[in-house]
Every structure is written in structure tokens, then in C-alpha cells.
Design a protein around this ligand. Structure first.
Ligand SMILES: Nc1ncnc2c1ncn2[C@@H]1O[C@H](COP(=O)(O)OP(=O)(O)OP(=O)(O)O)[C@@H](O)[C@H]1O
Length: 307
């Protein structure tokens, strides 16, 4: 389904003095989808997300967020945004509920609406028992989930998350993302987030790989893996030597791999027949054929290396 864009960036350039942070960034995040901005340190992810939130000016290029053209500070936009940035910003001395009510009040909610909204969200994320806990007593993972609840309290249309799970262990990260997915499924919230974790990008509907301030690849995680052209065919054989020799003589790149031979191929499925025919012609027996897709990590590394 083609949904309208909640965020659209075209030719964004941004400089901090002599440093170019964004260098012609084009990307889009569709409504009610999860979009990942995946890139190494210094790729420009935070700069871009700050622009989306109106916290950094648009120096060059165009940026549209929820139908508004962004030029810098825009107080009306803030109501439609829920934000979790890298640095924790809960008040450690207040309880979970006090933090949430404070946030609700800042966003113009009545005390009772903030309390009942907070209760509902905490309940939905299985955190009902934690509302009276002081934040300083929470684990890092729990505190991040409370930040997520706080970001959602005023019912934003767009959730912006800048490396929201940095520093969390894999289990805490998985719980955090299951909360986010639940929110998208129940409320249709649009999510735009940055990460340098490949496995996190896998949770998204669409990934933009960013390097050097530009999007160097875009697509669903599956599309990216397919388009990287680095799938492979694994041919299980007892002794790889003769098969490697036959493939080498035919000009086919092949590598010895555990249990057999690996043949990298842009379209692994299309190459299977030819490989089997070639082996059979030389009297070589293949026990099993397995198609392997490149991981998002391989795609990421190859995109960044080529940029
Ligand atoms: N306040 C600043 N002053 C000068 N240069 C900056 C500033 N903030 C960021 N930069 C530079 O701009 C570039 C992009 O930084 P940005 O923080 O947007 O990248 P990032 O992808 O979010 O990185 P990270 O994953 O490390 O947070 C980097 O070269 C960075 O050093």
C-alpha cells in the first residue's frame, strides 16, 4: 500500500561551520510506517532528526513534516511530535507518574487527562506497577520505555527516536521495539528513527542507509538485501576441491565454505540450474543446494564502503 509521506526531505544540506553534516539528503517516511535512518557515527542522522523536530534550521534544500514546510523553530509542530533523543531526559528524582504528568501539563493536558492517559499507556506496555517508582531506581531499559510512554502521552502523529536504545542490552532493546510496534499497530503512529544497529533496522518497513550526509540506499529490509546483489548459493559437497576447480575453469567466482562451496550471485535462485548442470557434466555430486540472502549488515557495509 502506498501511504502518503509524513516526512519528505529533498536535497538537504547542513553545515556546522566548516563541517558538512548533510550533503544533499533525500529521503521519505510514510504515514503509519516505521522508517529507519541507518548509518555509522557522524553520518548526519541526529542533525537530520533535529531538523525534523524544528530544532536545527533548514539551511538548504526542502523538508516537509506532516504537511508543513519546515524552516526552523515551529512551536505548533511540537504538539504533533513525540521525541526520544539519545540522552535520557526524565527527572531522576521524580516518580514515573510525576514525570508523565509534568510532560502532559507542558503539552496543555489537564492533570486528570495526563494521569489517565499515562495509566492507559503504562498498562498497555505492562508497566502499570511502576508508576510510583522513582526514575533513579529504574533500569536503563525501563527508563527508556518510560521515555517512550512520555513521548506518546500527548498522542503525537509522528514519533521521532534518535538512537533510542543506545546502551541497552539486546533483551531490553527487543522489549522497547515491541512497545513501538504495538503503538504503530494500535494507534497508526508514524515512526522515524535513527540507529547504527542493523538488527534494529530490520523492525522497520523502510530503511534509508545514510553515509556522509546522503542516503546511499533505500528500501524495505528485504529489498535492500535483494538489491545489494550479494546473495549466494551454497552447494553442499563432500570434497569441495574438484567443484572449485570446475567452477574456476568456467570463470565462476566460488569460495570454499563449511560443508561445501559458496557461489556469490546477484540472483542466487537463477544461478542454481546452471551450477547443477555444470557439476553434473563433470560427474560431481551435489548433496544439497541452499540459497542464502546477504544480511542487512553486509548490505550496510557494502553501501557505506561504496559511498
Ligand atoms: N554541534 C556541532 N558542531 C560541529 N560539528 C558537529 C556538531 N554536531 C555534529 N557535528 C558534526 O556533523 C557531522 C554529523 O553529525 P551527526 O551527529 O548529525 O551524525 P550522527 O549520524 O547522528 O552521528 P552519531 O551516530 O555519532 O550520533 C559529524 O561530522 C559531526 O562531527
Amino acid at each position: 500500500m502506498n501511504r502518503p509521506d509524513a516526512v519528505r526531505a529533498e536535497g538537504l544540506r547542513f553545515r556546522y561551520g566548516g563541517v558538512a553534516a548533510l550533503d544533499g539528503l533525500d529521503l521519505a517516511a510514510r504515514t503509519a510506517e516505521i522508517t529507519a535512518v541507518l548509518g555509522p557515527n557522524g553520518a548526519g542522522k541526529t542533525t537530520f532528526l533535529r531538523q525534523v523536530c524544528g530544532l536545527a534550521p533548514v539551511q538548504d534544500g526542502t523538508l516537509t513534516v506532516l504537511g508543513r514546510s519546515i524552516g526552523g523553530e515551529d512551536p505548533t509542530l511540537r504538539r504533533d511530535l513525540g521525541v526520544v533523543f539519545q540522552e535520557p531526559t526524565l527527572d531522576a528524582e521524580l516518580t514515573v507518574m510525576e514525570n508523565l504528568v509534568l510532560h502532559g501539563r507542558l503539552f496543555g493536558m489537564s492533570r486528570s487527562a495526563a494521569r489517565s492517559g499515562a495509566r492507559e499507556l503504562l498498562g498497555g506496555f505492562g508497566l502499570d506497577g511502576r508508576s510510583a517508582d522513582r526514575v533513579r531506581r529504574l533500569s536503563g531499559g525501563l527508563a527508556r520505555r518510560v521515555e517512550l510512554v512520555r513521548a506518546l502521552l500527548h498522542r503525537p502523529r509522528l514519533l521521532v527516536l534518535d538512537e533510542p536504545t543506545a546502551g541497552l542490552d539486546p533483551e531490553a532493546r527487543a522489549v522497547f521495539w515491541s512497545d513501538v510496534r504495538a503503538q504503530v499497530a494500535t494507534a497508526g503512529t508514524t515512526v522515524l528513527f535513527s540507529t547504527h544497529y542493523m538488527d534494529e533496522a530490520e523492525v522497520s518497513d523502510r530503511v534509508h542507509v545514510v553515509a556522509g550526509g546522503r542516503a546511499v540506499a533505500s528500501g524495505s529490509p528485504l529489498e535492500l538485501r535483494m538489491s545489494a546483489g550479494s546473495g549466494s548459493v551454497h552447494l553442499a559437497v563432500d570434497a569441495p576441491g574438484p567443484l572449485l576447480a570446475v567452477l574456476g575453469a568456467a570463470g565462476i567466482l566460488a569460495l570454499e565454505a563449511p560443508g561445501g562451496v559458496l557461489v556469490p550471485h546477484r540472483d542466487p535462485a537463477a544461478s542454481v540450474h546452471g551450477l547443477c548442470v555444470l557439476a553434473a557434466r563433470h560427474g560431481l555430486r551435489i548433496d544439497r543446494v541452499e540459497l542464502r540472502q546477504s544480511s542487512l549488515e553486509e548490505v550496510f557495509l557494502s553501501c557505506v564502503a561504496a559511498s
